[in-house]
Design a protein around this ligand. Structure first.
Ligand code: 5AD
Ligand code: FES
Length: 359
């Protein structure tokens, strides 16, 4: 006789969906070996769509100035202890050139919401990268903007945009953010980005303060509506210079469970095994890949600024040069049973017929 959870996992693996009550049971179940069983099904499915490929994205954290005050985030405007920095266009281009040399074909420009970088400046940076690296994907992750701004970046050559929704529950959203921020605007941004033609990434933190299992079900339902190309999740990790300094961090187990559930709900998705996962456990990123992840996002920022982009405590990989990070990850991914590939790594919404038949 299969346990309740095992039955649900089989159903999820076949139908790529479950009812709210079933998802809740799976998320909260304390039956042993659930995570192993989920990871096994998730890995089988990721191999069907993506083989043993792991895509790499070069992350360039180009500013840690931010006008927002998200309660969980270490670089929030209110953290006067954060040492602020900005990279110049030349420095950003140098990061891309080094990344290109190391085999990166996607660059992710991430930063706080920093008014110094006007739309004109962002467009100039994007156009310059586009000109130097016409074969690369350019991803922006710079927060909530107007539809017109998103359109301008797109026209300048940006192809992808990452904006986690953080939580799809209005009340929970209000517990994580000040009143001037709204879930409604966040969602508006995500749908605008899709409409313009970006490949979109969204996601949420696992174990963020006040998060309930029902909130996680809402997150999954929202993602089903949005159908993003990429879904980024990682454990919430407490930062001591935030209002949430006394709150517990999320766990490895719960994050891995959600990663596998996401893989089974979204067979096609690009799912990063995040730096936050690698921060709460020495093998977190490897375990994330084995739970269904297929993307890693090593840091290409100059070593001199790495420690300053501290969204959460003890972030890993802040001391290594890009080339070292690249080498280290290559080895780790291999040991986990996968292979880094250096193409752009676009989403695979459908399987070729021959690939479907092979299985
Ligand atoms: N712990 C984990 N993740 C965090 N992020 C921000 N602060 C933290 C934290 N304390 C995540 C958010 C954001 C992404 C860039 O980093 O989900 O969207
Ligand atoms: Fe803006 Fe964290 S509050 S990046």
């Amino acid at each position: 006789m299969l346990s309740t959870a095992a039955n649900l996992i089989n159903k999820l693996a076949c139908e790529h969906n479950l009812s709210d009550a079933e998802l809740l049971t799976l998320i909260t179940s304390t039956e042993p070996d659930i995570n192993n069983l989920l990871a096994c099904k998730a890995d089988k499915l990721r191999r069907k769509y993506y083989g043993d490929k792991v895509y790499i994205r070069g992350l360039i954290e180009f500013t840690n100035y931010c006008k927002n005050n998200c309660y969980y985030c270490g670089i929030r405007a209110g953290n006067s202890l954060a040492e602020r920095y900005r990279l110049t266009q030349e420095e950003i281009l140098a990061c891309c050139a080094e990344g290109y040399r190391l085999g990166f074909r996607t660059f992710v420009l991430q930063g706080g919401e920093d008014a110094y970088y006007t739309d004109d400046k962002i467009c100039a940076i994007v156009s310059a990268i586009r000109k130097q690296h016409p074969d690369c994907a350019i991803t922006l992750s710079i927060g909530e903007k107007s539809s017109a701004s998103y359109q301008a970046y797109f026209d300048a050559g940006a192809n992808r945009y990452l904006l986690r929704h953080e939580t799809a529950d209005v009340e929970h959203y209000a517990k994580l953010h000040p009143d001037c921020m709204s879930l409604e605007n966040r969602k508006r941004c995500l749908f605008d980005l899709k409409e313009i033609g970006y490949q979109v990434g969204s996601g949420f933190m696992v174990g963020s303060p006040y998060q309930t299992p029902q909130n996680l079900v809402s997150d999954l339902r929202f993602l089903q509506k949005l159908q993003p190309d990429m879904i980024g999740i990682g454990p919430y990790i407490t930062h001591e210079h935030t209002p949430f300094k006394d709150m517990a961090s999320g766990t490895l187990e719960q994050t891995l469970r959600l990663l596998s559930i996401l893989r089974l709900l979204f067979p096609y998705a690009l799912l990063p095994s995040t730096t936050a996962l690698g921060t709460i456990h020495p093998n977190g990123r490897e375990l994330g890949l084995q739970a269904g992840g297929n993307v890693v996002m090593p840091n290409l920022s100059p070593v001199s600024v790495r420690k300053k982009y501290e969204l959460y405590a003890n972030k890993i990989c802040t001391g290594e040069e890009a080339a070292q990070c690249r080498g280290c990850l290559e080895a780790r991914v291999k040991i986990a049973g996968y292979n880094i590939v250096t193409d752009r790594g676009d989403v695979r919404r459908t399987l070729d017929k021959s690939e479907g038949e092979k299985l």
